[in-house]
Design a protein around this ligand. Structure first.
Ligand code: SF4
Ligand code: SF4
Length: 356
């Protein structure tokens, strides 16, 4: 049953103004050129969600009850065929469109139509979902499109914890989603992130993954946000993270489940230690000596059409114009490219990489 509205988050830590010292500076030398099959666009279809997870990055407040699909306020969704098609038509053919961010994509009232539009403009599609609304029919349709991977989210190793952290979710439906995905033949994996409060439960996850036929799992680390803090969920302190990862890794090996670490999980010296113990990290594209090359080939557009440049805690901003330049050469990206190519790594990046 639904309850009162959840409030959508409005305050973020960083903005273009907080990153640049001279707003009048000409940054045109940091533009990239339109080319087919090179760029990746993260795309949010909707703010609507059927859940009210306690760590949701996009919520600011919410009561203790479950939201129903479309309860987020204000609820926006990309409006096909107009907005989405117009925006994609001005871009080159993308290497990948990653349908994630904000709400649950399957809550979009015209999800299938959106996916058909998307498939005409990209070489591949990644879809991230909480899995609660997946059906054989939806998967059958997705299989006919350019889906290269479905990412199912899970942060627990037992039904009670799963339903506690993902408020409004049913573990039975999660199990069904795993079964349907296995039957579909579409490549899929689970992405989960760790926080202090799910450490005990997640140790049980490898056994669960074995039972559910989950082939691969990638884990990251909770990005604390106002809503997770409100719900008393916290990052695992560094000194507890390394011994925990070793213990967790043994459970994955014992249960024969492939595990990868999001490279943003920890500082390089820690990841080196873990590599030495045989733990695998997800590959990131070669960065040519840069701290991060994300802003050179990737950006995100939210369901209200605003730009969210990359993974830092950035204030979404209006797109100047819906063109290649407006999206892939936004002021945000130009500033980040300049700072990173001059090896002046901003605080937002250090936090994004868990380095402070
Ligand atoms: S499923 Fe995702 S968008 Fe929905 S409440 Fe949970 S974390 Fe937020
Ligand atoms: S490290 Fe910086 S540039 Fe790279 S994804 Fe994070 S915030 Fe963006």
């Amino acid at each position: 049953m639904s309850s009162g509205k959840m409030k959508y988050r409005t305050e973020y830590e960083y903005s273009p103004e907080s990153l640049e010292s001279n707003p009048a500076e000409d940054l045109s030398g940091f533009r990239v050129a339109p080319r087919d099959h090179v760029y990746t666009l993260g795309l949010s279809l909707t703010r609507k969600c059927n859940l009210n997870c306690r760590f949701c990055y996009y919520h600011e407040t919410g009561d203790s009850e479950t939201a129903s699909c479309g309860e987020c306020s204000p609820s926006t969704e990309t409006d096909p065929p107009d907005t989405l098609a117009r925006m994609l038509e001005v871009l080159p053919i993308l290497a990948c469109i990653n349908v994630s961010l904000e709400g649950e994509p399957l809550c979009h009232s015209r999800f299938s139509e959106c996916m058909e539009i998307i498939t005409r403009h990209t070489d591949s599609i990644i879809l991230t979902t909480n899995g609660q609304l997946l059906t054989p029919e939806i998967l059958q349709h997705l299989k006919s499109l350019k889906i290269c991977r479905i990412v199912l989210s899970c942060e627990a190793g037992d039904p009670e914890s799963y339903e506690h952290f993902r408020k409004g979710a049913s573990f039975r439906k999660f199990r069904t989603a795993a079964e349907l995905l296995n039957e579909s033949g579409i490549p899929w994996l689970v992405y989960g992130f760790l926080f202090r409060e799910n450490m005990a439960s997640f140790l049980k996850y490898p056994k669960l993954a074995g039972e559910l036929g989950i082939g691969k799992t990638v884990i990251g680390r909770l990005r604390e946000c106002p809503y997770s803090r409100k719900n008393s969920l916290h990052r695992i302190p560094d000194r507890e993270l390394l011994p925990y990862l070793e213990e967790l890794h043994k459970e994955f090996v014992r249960n024969g489940i492939a595990l990868e670490y999001d490279p943003y999980i920890s500082a390089p010296e820690n990841t080196e230690l873990l590599r030495a113990k045989g733990l695998q990290f997800t590959d990131v594209p070669a960065n040519e000596g840069l701290f991060c090359n994300f802003p050179w080939y990737c950006t995100n557009i939210l369901s209200d059409g605003k730009i969210f440049p990359c993974c830092g805690d950035f204030q979404p901003r209006e797109v100047r114009e819906y063109s290649f330049d407006g999206i892939f050469n936004s002021r945000y990206l130009l500033i980040l490219r300049r700072l990173l190519s001059e090896n002046r790594v901003p605080e937002v990046c250090l936090k994004c990489r868990n380095l402070i």
